[in-house]
Design a protein around this ligand. Sequence first.
Ligand code: NAD
Ligand code: TDX
Length: 363
Amino acid sequence: MSHREYGKNRKPRRLLVTGGAGFIGANFVHYWSARYASDRLVILDALTYAGNRNNLRELEGRENFRFVQGNICDRHLVDILLKEEAIDTIAHFAAESHVDRSILGPAAFIETNVIGTFTLLEAFRQHWQSQQNPEEYRFLHVSTDEVYGSLGPDEPAFTETSPYAPNSPYSASKAGSDHLARAYFHTYGVPTLITNCSNNYGPYHFPEKLIPLMCINMLLGKPLPVYGDGQNIRDWLYVTDHCRALDAVIHGGKPGETYNIGGNNQVKNIDLVRTLCKIMDEMAPNLPVRPCEQLIVFVKDRPGHDRRYAIDATKIKTELGWMPSVTLEEGLRRTVEWYLKHEDWWKPLLSEEYQAYYRKVYA
Ligand code: NAD
Ligand code: TDX
């Protein structure tokens, strides 16, 4: 079945979206509410530094939308929401997600990514077990390609059967949560689905990550810090394509299975930053420094920096008919345009707290 057909003749779902005020979660909530207007969307988000209620502003007040500020580690709250809202689908995005922060302070990553995921799985297991006909119930665990570790230049891309070899506290905590989601299917039959996706980019991306950081620094005329020799390779996927893939997995994925999601865009960091510079030079009317490439500086490398990630997305393509639809060039243009138009979104995020973090990483 092609992914476009999933919307036809379906019963409305009732989703709990954890981390729905973050980057991918917010894009997913916008995507889902536009596509499945009859579905109930309950957002559970602790609003950490990375969560931003403004990301969902247009949806506030809608009948099928509810925002709850709360922690996924709060079992009592999760139990109440699952029951009160008769949730049949969890889309689990909530996480500490930034590798550099996991190096500075790993504890929060273990707490949210491991204990938080465990808390949700355990609550969902009991909720699911108490239903008469829970055939349509799903627990989507959104994870990352980083659990597979680092690839050499000529090694084949990660498949769903690649061994786990996480190298940072972030990826180790995500690996732990993936194993729990897997175990809940194998032990209890809980209908979990795991997705491992490559680097996302697009609107609502918090300034600490490579692409928004570079866009914002260009707009401010600040240095563009490239780690190490800039030769590390990432695979990039426009965030809406990730949302389309998650849609396909929720509707068509087989419980207990893992799906790799990737953009088929392997790029060296330095090449990506140079491309962004060119697009910004072309699109931004007023830049403090032009051309932007002058701003590039090579800085101390990230400790344990993975050299290369690449995703083999054959399984999701052949089984669920999903493929990326936005080219890297087009996606980068859309992203630059979004940051150009949304200074009111990103300026307030450059808070004193953020500056203190920035000084620590880039000192
Ligand atoms: P993000 O950091 O932008 O957002 C995380 C959200 O989770 C925030 O809104 C935050 O407030 C919330 N949150 C954090 N701890 C919480 C807690 N204990 N309880 C409730 N809410 C909490 O992250 P993102 O980039 O949107 O990533 C979302 C998910 O996708 C993560 O699980 C991440 O591992 C995964 N992922 C991200 C990428 C990427 O490129 N960004 C790629 C693959 C997978
Ligand atoms: O200032 C920088 N300079 C730089 O060279 C930053 C912030 C990053 N980098 C490099 C490090 C990486 O090789 O750019 C690459 C991308 O960095 P990030 O945007 O921090 O992403 P990454 O570490 O690859 O992880 C991202 O993709 C996988 C997300 O943050 C994760 O949540 C996701 O799981």
